[in-house]
Design a protein around this ligand. Structure first.
Ligand code: NAD
Length: 673
C-alpha cells in the first residue's frame, strides 16, 4: 500500500465534506461529521482547513471545479462554434455529474452564497465563466446584439435544471424532457438570430473534419464538409441521372445491383478492416457481419427489382383500373456510426432497386466505408450521380432534410434527431423513414434453456460493445432461475476478450469516441449511485495500449429497479441491467412501460406462451429464443418513439415508391352536357 500523501488526504477530506453537505445539509455540517465519514480525527481536519468556513469554501471550490471541468474539456474537443456550444451545454447536463450528491450540494451552495461573501464571489465567478464561454461561441453564430441575451438564457436554463434535479433529489426518468427542451430553445434562438453565411467570421467556418480510430486515437482521414452549394449540385446531378434510371427495366437495375453485391463480398476483408479502424468494432464482427449483411441486402433487392408491380382492378365492362409503383425521385439517407457500411447498404439497395437516386450522408464519426460503397456501385456499372456520398455533420444532414429537390429522408439515428429531421422535412412534406433508438426488453422465463438465454443476453448487450440500437438492455429474469442465470452470465462475461479490434481473437473493441465513453461511464456511475449492484465490469480499461482508446469493460448491474436511469435511458454502450420478475402479466406490463419500442426478445420452451407474449409486447422487431439476428427478408423497424416505417423485406418497397392509380375507359364517355 502506498502512503497517503497530503494532496490525497486533502481530496479525501473534501470528498467526505461534499458527501456530508449533500446528505445532512449545512445545519449538521460539523468537523465531527466529516471526520466520521473520512474515518480520521477531527484534529486532522483542523490541521488541513483551520475552521469550518474555510472547509466549506474549499468544498464548494472543488465542486465548482468539478462541475466546470467537463464542459471546458468539451469546448476544447469541438471543431465548430455550434458543435462546441452543444457539447458545452450537454457536458453541463451530463447524467454522471448531475448526480443527487453533486446537485444537492450545489443547492446548499446557492443558498449559502446569499449570505457568505466568499461563496457569493465564487458563485459569481462561476456564473461569469459560464456566460463568457457561451458568449465566445455565440459570437461566431448569431447577430452581435443577440449574443448576451442568448448566453444568459442558456445559462439560466442550465442553472434551473441543476436546481430542479437537486430538489427532485435524484436523476429522474423524465430528465430527457428538459434536456430536449433546452436544446429546442437553443435551436429556436440560433435559427432566429443566425448570422448570414457571409457575416460569419471566416476563421470559424468549418470546412473539414477528421475521423479518428477510437481504439488508438490515430487520425485516419480529413474529410471535406459539403455545404449548400455542393448539396445543390449533387441533387441536380442525381435528378438528371434518376430520370433515365426510372425508365431502366427492373431486371437491368437488378443486374447492376447484383454486381455491386459481388464486389462487396470480394472486398470483404479490406472493407471489414477499414470499418474496424473507423468504428473500433472487433474485426471478428466486421468480417462476418457488416460488409456481408450489406451485400446480402443489395442482393435481396436486386432480386426484388424485377418484381415491383402494381395491381389490376376490374371495374366492369366499361373500364378497368391499375396501379403502378413509381420511384419517389431523389431520396436521401442519413446514417448513424454504429453500422456505417451496413446502414448505407440497407438504405441505398431498396432506394436504387425502386428506381430512385440516393444522396447518402454517413455519420461524421464514420465517413469512410460509404465512400468505398460509392466506388463499388460505379464499378458495378451504376450510372454516375445515382448514388452520391455527401459528407458533414448535423448541418449537412439538415440541408438534406430541408432540400426541396429531395423527396424522402431515411434516417438512422437518435430519437431527438428523428424529431428534428421530421420537423425539417415537414416544410416540403417529404416522406420520412426513421430508425431510432431503443431500450428493449429481453425476457427469460423460468422454463428457458439457461445457457441459450445467457448467449442471447450476451449478444443482446455486448455485441459491438453494446452500440446496437436493438439491444435488449433490460434483461428480465424469472426470480426462480435468477441465481443460476447470473452465475453463468458472470462467468461468460468475464471470459470475454477485450482489446485490439484488429486482433481476430478480440470480442469487445473500443467505443466510438472518448466523448461517448465518458457518457457511458457517467451512466455506470449513476447506476451505482442509484443503488444498482455491479455484478461485473464497471470500468474503463487503460492497461498498456488500451489507454489510447475508448475501452469499457462489459458491465452487468443487478438489483435494478424500473425507475433507475440505467434502466430507462438508452446508454448505447456495454451496460446490461438485470431485473427480477415473478409472473407473465407483470413482466409484459413492465417491458411495455417505455416510450420506446424498437425490439424485444423472449426465451422460453413453451411455444404457446412465446407467441402469446410476443403478441402483447409493444415492439417492432422481436425474437423468440434468439436475439439481434436481422435477416434481410424480415422487415426491420420500431414502434412508438423508436421509429417510423420499415427497412428490409418487401415492406421496404412501399417506403421507396409511390402509387399511381390509372383509370382506363373502355366505353365512350356519357357526358350530361
Ligand atoms: P445521431 O442522431 O446523433 O446522428 C445520426 C445521423 O444524423 C448522423 O449522420 C448525424 O450527422 C445526423 N444528424 C444529426 N443531427 C441532425 C439534424 N438535425 N438533421 C439532420 N441530420 C442530423 O445518432 P448517432 O449518435 O450517430 O447514432 C446513435 C443512435 O442511432 C442511437 O440512438 C441508436 O439507437 C440509433 N440507431 C438506430 C438504429 C435503428 O435501426 N433503429 C440503428 C443504429 C443506430
Amino acid at each position: 500500500m502506498r502512503r497517503r500523501e497530503p494532496e490525497d488526504r486533502r481530496e479525501q477530506l473534501l470528498r467526505a465534506a461534499l458527501a456530508a453537505l449533500s446528505e445532512t445539509g449545512i445545519e449538521a455540517f460539523t468537523f465531527a461529521e466529516v471526520a466520521r465519514r473520512a474515518d480520521v480525527s477531527p484534529a486532522l481536519i483542523v490541521h488541513y482547513f483551520g475552521d469550518r468556513d474555510t472547509l466549506i469554501e474549499a468544498t464548494f471550490r472543488q465542486l465548482v471545479e468539478r462541475v466546470t471541468t467537463r464542459p471546458i474539456q468539451a469546448l476544447a474537443d469541438g471543431t465548430s462554434p455550434e458543435d462546441r456550444l452543444r457539447a458545452f451545454v450537454l457536458a453541463h447536463l451530463n447524467p454522471g455529474e448531475l448526480t443527487s450528491e453533486a446537485s444537492r450540494a450545489w443547492l446548499s451552495f446557492w443558498g449559502l452564497a446569499l449570505h457568505v461573501p466568499a461563496l457569493a464571489r465564487l458563485q459569481r465567478v462561476h456564473q461569469e465563466r459560464m456566460v463568457s464561454n457561451l458568449k465566445h461561441e455565440l459570437r461566431g453564430l448569431v447577430q452581435a446584439d443577440q449574443v448576451t441575451r442568448i448566453a444568459e438564457t442558456i445559462a439560466a436554463l442550465i442553472d434551473g435544471f441543476w436546481l430542479r434535479a437537486a430538489l427532485a433529489s435524484a436523476w429522474r426518468p423524465d430528465v430527457q424532457i428538459p434536456v430536449d427542451w433546452i436544446f429546442e430553445a437553443i435551436d429556436r434562438d440560433l435559427s432566429a438570430a443566425r448570422l448570414a453565411d457571409s457575416d460569419r467570421p471566416s476563421t470559424q467556418a468549418e470546412e473539414q473534419f477528421q475521423t479518428v480510430n477510437p481504439a488508438t486515437g490515430e487520425v485516419l482521414a480529413t474529410i471535406r464538409i459539403d455545404g449548400q452549394a455542393e448539396i445543390d449540385k449533387a441533387v441536380a446531378r442525381a435528378a438528371a441521372a434518376q430520370r433515365d434510371w426510372a425508365r431502366t427495366p427492373g431486371v437491368e437495375r437488378g443486374r447492376i445491383l447484383n454486381r455491386a453485391a459481388q464486389l462487396l463480398v470480394a472486398n470483404n476483408d479490406r472493407l471489414a478492416r477499414l470499418e474496424t479502424e473507423d468504428t473500433g468494432k472487433p474485426i471478428q464482427e466486421t468480417i462476418a457481419v457488416d460488409v456481408l449483411s450489406g451485400a446480402d441486402c443489395i442482393e435481396y433487392f436486386a432480386g426484388l427489382a424485377r418484381t415491383i408491380s402494381g395491381e389490376h382492378m376490374d371495374l366492369g365492362s366499361s373500364a378497368f383500373g391499375y396501379t403502378k409503383r413509381e420511384p419517389l425521385g431523389v431520396v436521401a439517407g442519413i446514417g448513424a456510426w454504429n453500422y456505417p457500411l451496413q446502414i448505407a447498404c440497407w438504405k441505398s439497395a431498396p432506394a436504387l432497386a425502386c428506381g430512385n437516386a440516393m444522396l447518402f450522408k454517413p455519420a461524421e464519426l464514420t465517413p469512410l466505408t460509404a465512400i468505398e460503397l460509392e466506388r463499388i456501385y460505379l464499378e458495378a456499372g451504376l450510372p454516375e450521380g445515382l448514388f452520391q456520398v455527401v459528407q458533414g455533420k448535423a448541418e449537412t444532414g439538415q440541408m438534406l432534410s430541408r432540400h426541396p429537390g429531395i423527396a424522402k429522408i431515411s434516417l438512422t439515428g437518435e430519437v431527438g434527431t428523428g424529431k428534428k429531421v421530421m420537423a425539417d422535412a415537414a416544410a416540403t412534406l417529404k416522406v420520412v423513414t426513421l430508425e431510432l433508438g431503443g431500450k428493449s426488453a429481453l425476457i427469460v422465463f423460468e422454463d428457458a434453456d439457461i445457457d441459450e438465454a445467457v448467449s442471447g443476453a450476451l449478444l443482446a448487450n455486448f455485441y459491438s460493445a453494446g452500440e446496437v440500437c436493438t439491444n435488449g438492455t433490460r434483461v428480465f429474469v424469472h426470480r426462480s432461475i435468477r441465481e443460476a442465470f447470473l452465475a453463468r452470465l458472470k462467468a461468460r462475461t468475464e471470459a470475454m476478450i477485450i482489446g485490439d479490434p484488429l486482433d481476430p481473437a478480440t470480442h469487445v473493441g473500443a467505443l466510438i469516441s472518448t466523448a461517448h465513453m465518458e457518457n457511458v461511464l457517467g451512466y455506470i456511475e449513476l447506476g451505482l449511485q442509484q443503488g444498482a449492484r455491479l455484478l461485473t465490469g464497471g470500468k474503463r480499461l487503460t492497461e498498456g495500449d488500451l489507454a489510447k482508446g475508448a475501452f469499457v469493460m462489459p458491465t452487468i448491474f443487478t438489483g435494478c429497479t424500473d425507475e433507475m436511469a440505467i434502466v430507462r435511458e438508452e446508454i448505447f454502450g456495454p451496460v446490461m441491467s438485470v431485473l427480477d420478475f415473478d409472473d407473465e402479466a407483470e413482466v409484459v406490463a413492465r417491458a411495455n412501460a417505455s416510450h420506446l419500442g424498437l425490439a424485444a426478445g423472449i426465451f422460453t420452451r413453451d411455444l404457446a406462451r412465446a407467441h402469446r407474449v410476443i403478441g402483447m409486447l409493444e415492439a417492432g422487431t422481436c425474437w423468440i429464443n434468439s436475439y439481434n439476428v436481422t435477416p434481410i427478408e424480415l422487415p426491420f423497424g420500431g414502434n412508438k418513439q423508436s421509429g417510423l416505417g420499415r427497412e428490409n423485406g418487401k415492406a421496404a418497397i412501399e417506403y421507396f415508391t409511390q402509387l399511381k392509380s390509372v383509370y382506363v375507359a373502355m366505353e365512350p364517355i356519357d357526358a350530361p352536357y
